[in-house]
Ligand binder design. Structure first.
Ligand code: ADP
Ligand code: MG
Length: 321
């Protein structure tokens, strides 16, 4: 099977919303009048972001999910994406699984594959997503204000639980592992929540490298500090029942610095509390208040008794020594 047969067989479908999709030198899309384009790229590298043994359908899902998560964090509506693939070989079974997982998530969000590039090489998947957002309404990292509440969507820490089991650092029951593994391999991008938060939330970011590390980006850009409480780690919508069974320090590490959560971390004025909970329930995604933004710079993590926790939480940094 040649490169063009491979594309035609696995990645070319009739254009839906796009003016022109896969097959020409360029794709053409028509954004809605007056909207801004939101653009984001994420690359997944074998051995770094996923294991060679991962189910290809799950990998197809995740490759797009991590990109949609970036659009979600900006409050953008997904439109289309491109896919650049380096493949060790043209394996039809693998490609069928991969494209099935990819298109299932794409179709769920009306996000259309409009082009890409395909080459032979070590397995590497790079996706660029295009979305649209009304001018001035994108949720950005610089917009946190002192006094804002700090929220996280869904649950955090489960993907790290799975990773630690894979690494042999932790052992848990098979059903616990499968649930955590699904959170790691099949993250749910919070696309509807992100759009619902437009005009209500101040700053937002998606949690990919660990909650505190990603919060740090918001604090730096916004020129503020934060207090993060941990009472919610003793039982709340933001911690799964499985994470709750772990000893306290592990729970702290996984939830606050685990990585691969793809939840939204956002700030909003105190007066919007009711609205936040109402819109979260409209989109059926729990959100939990986990702290607040402070005028004083720096990040303070408090134990459930309100005392400072003075230790480091390592965030995920691909180039850290
Ligand atoms: P060009 O030579 O102009 O770069 P290619 O020969 O690389 O074009 O690709 C042919 C067509 O197939 C283009 O429309 C390109 O966008 C599309 N394409 C290539 N790889 C993929 C892929 N993995 N997924 C979707 N479309 C792809
Ligand atoms: Mg090309």
């Amino acid at each position: 099977m040649g490169e063009f047969d491979l594309i035609a067989r696995h990645f070319q479908r009739p254009a839906r919303r796009a003016v022109l999709g896969v097959g020409d030198d360029c794709a053409l899309i028509q954004p809605s009048a007056g909207q801004q384009l939101a653009i984001s790229t994420d690359m997944l590298v074998e051995g770094r972001h996923f294991l060679s043994t991962v189910d290809p359908a799950r990998l197809g899902h995740k490759a797009l999910a991590v990109n949609l998560s970036d659009l979600a964090a900006c409050g953008a509506l997904p439109l289309a994406f491109t896919l650049s693939l380096a493949l060790p070989q043209a394996d039809n079974t693998w490609l069928e699984g991969f494209s099935r997982g990819l298109f299932a998530l794409a179709d769920a969000h009306g996000c259309e594959l409009i082009g890409g590039d395909t080459t032979q090489g070590p397995l590497n998947i790079s996706i660029t997503v295009l979305g649209e957002v009304p001018p001035e309404q994108a949720l950005l990292r610089h917009a946190a204000q002192a006094g804002d509440d700090l929220y996280v969507s869904g649950t955090v820490g489960d993907a790290r639980l799975a990773l630690e089991v894979f690494r042999g650092h932790l052992s848990v029951g098979g059903d616990v592992f499968e649930r955590a593994r699904a959170r790691m391999e099949l993250p749910t991008p919070r696309v509807e929540l992100g759009q619902a938060l437009r005009g209500v939330a101040h700053a937002a970011i998606d949690v990919s490298d660990g909650l505190l590390g990603d919060l740090g980006h918001v604090l730096k850009r916004s020129g503020v500090g934060a207090q993060v409480d941990t009472g919610w780690l003793q039982g709340s919508a933001a911690v799964s029942a499985d994470l709750l069974t772990l000893p306290w320090t592990r729970r702290l590490d996984f939830a606050l610095a685990g990585g691969d959560d793809y939840e939204l971390l956002f700030t909003a004025p105190v007066r919007e509390r009711e609205r936040i909970h109402a819109l979260a329930s409209d989109v059926a995604v729990p959100v939990t208040r986990i702290g607040r933004i402070t005028a004083e710079s720096g990040l303070r993590v408090l134990d459930p008794q309100g005392q400072p926790i003075n230790r480091r939480f390592a965030s995920f940094d691909h180039f850290s020594p």
